[in-house]
Design a protein around this ligand. Structure first.
Ligand code: CTP
Length: 413
């Protein structure tokens, strides 16, 4: 396991000769297990090739606010990140960031985040010593931005002095300190907990070729599994989407297809779980008979009789130990609060995470989501549209808070 397993880092590269050193930083970060999203400014492209970062990063390098498939790339990058590093950072980037300007993708991403930010300045000594630069750096430090370097040494054009970019190993060392397993930022607040997560949509076979399925991608369940594991929990993820399931931080991924298989695997692991997140879209009905051969057109329109599947959440509730928290999910298209609350009550859940899948950018297949988390007492917390990982973070925070109240309440122990 790498020091940075499961960590998401946006690596911003601006236009200075030291941009070539960011290549080494990128490689070291991905080697340590981080998911690195490179973002280059137009100036950076004059010094190093985009394809270098495409090859060394974890996803395609982004340069513009307008050329990504995702409609709002700066929020996708900013909200999903644990850390944004700008390496090298020019005097202009530092000034723009300090003043809240967002003229390009990198500066927009810096504004659209709550993640930690690390700035690695690189410039000539005269520039570094300018009053404006000194003030900008001081203001950023004051706001909690971490400044790494610069150091003294050889500069562009044969000059020598202060302003040289910190060495890649020092930049990466600072990242380890901030985010790494031994670093002060390591959350670890779920250490000792076992978390069971289901994800994806079940497929109920009609015959050997066709099935009844649904549009769930498994992304929200997988994000919950990753987030819980990152925070120190032992995680079992029962999913229909094994190709995209998280294989980090020792998550035990179990691939299944049908509601019945999901039921069996969930029941097998539930007795050891402190929390169960039923994020999967489980079919409510399945074909009563499964054809042994492919159904051919010539046979006419097939008549498929359906029968109910087992309600896994209800089965979980019947066997649960008193301290276990069970979290259900509800994908609705109308009367969100009312419908979700009914499910919460009928299935005796501790929480229900409800989303309106008819809203833009919400639910099935999207990288983003927007949910209401409703508890047993009917209290609801709204989490507005953001990356599914950010949703996972917030949902886990809410569940975690009720868990700590529960374990410290002597009446419950
Ligand atoms: N669920 C389950 N077992 C099933 C079906 C669903 O445990 N056989 C869980 C899902 O994982 C989810 C929640 O139940 O956490 C969704 O509730 P449900 O009432 O099944 O939702 P829908 O299938 O969307 O119901 P409806 O079509 O009535 O809205």
């Amino acid at each position: 396991m790498g020091q940075l397993d499961g960590r998401r880092i946006v690596l911003g590269i601006t236009g200075g000769i030291a941009a070539y050193k960011a290549i080494e930083v990128c490689r070291r970060l991905t080697d340590a297990g981080a998911y690195v999203s490179p973002v280059m400014t137009k100036g950076a492209l004059r010094f190093v090739g985009k394809s270098t970062f495409d090859a060394l990063g974890s996803e395609k390098t982004q340069v513009s606010l307008w050329d990504e498939e995702h409609a709002i790339p700066h929020t996708r990058l900013g909200q999903g990140a644990d850390l944004i590093i700008v390496c090298p950072a020019t005097a202009r980037l530092i000034s723009d960031y300090r003043n809240g300007r967002s003229g390009d993708l990198l500066t927009a991403t810096l504004l659209a985040t709550r993640a930690d930010v690390m700035i690695c300045p690189a410039m000539h000594t005269e520039m570094w010593e300018q009053a404006s630069v000194i003030e900008n750096i001081a203001a950023l430090r004051e706001r909690g931005v971490q400044i790494v370097g610069p150091s003294e040494g050889r500069l562009a054009g044969g000059d020598s002095g202060f302003g040289r970019l910190a060495e890649p190993e020092d930049v990466v060392e600072s990242v380890f300190k901030l985010l790494g397993k031994d670093g002060g930022h390591q959350p670890g607040d779920l250490a000792g907990l076992t978390v069971l997560v289901t994800a994806g949509g079940t497929r109920e076979p009609i015959g050997p070729v066709r099935y009844i399925g649904n549009r769930s991608s498994g992304k929200q369940g997988h994000a919950l599994a990753s987030e819980a594991a990152l925070r120190g929990a032992k995680v079992v993820c029962v999913t229909t989407e094994t190709e995209t399931a998280p294989d980090e931080l020792g998550i035990e991924v179990i691939g299944i297809e049908t509601a019945q298989e999901m039921h069996e695997l969930v029941m097998e692991h539930a007795s050891r779980a402190d929390w169960v997140f039923m994020a999967a879209a489980v079919a409510d009905f399945k074909p009563q008979k499964v054809a042994s051969q492919k159904i051919k057109k010539e046979e006419g329109v097939p008549e498929i009789t359906l029968e109910p599947t087992v309600d896994i959440l209800k089965a979980l509730d019947e066997t649960r130990k008193s301290s276990q928290l069970i979290i259900g999910f509800a994908a609705e298209t109308k009367n969100l609060f009312e419908n979700a609350s009914k499910k919460l009550e009928s299935k005796n859940l501790d929480f229900i995470v409800a989303n309106d899948v008819s809203a833009p950018g919400v639910g099935f297949g999207h990288d983003t989501n927007s949910v209401s988390v409703i508890d047993r007492n009917g209290a609801s917390t709204e989490i507005p549209l953001c990356d599914k990982r950010e949703i996972a973070r917030n949902v886990i925070d809410i569940v975690s808070e009720s868990w700590s109240i529960q374990v410290t309440d002597p009446k419950i122990q």
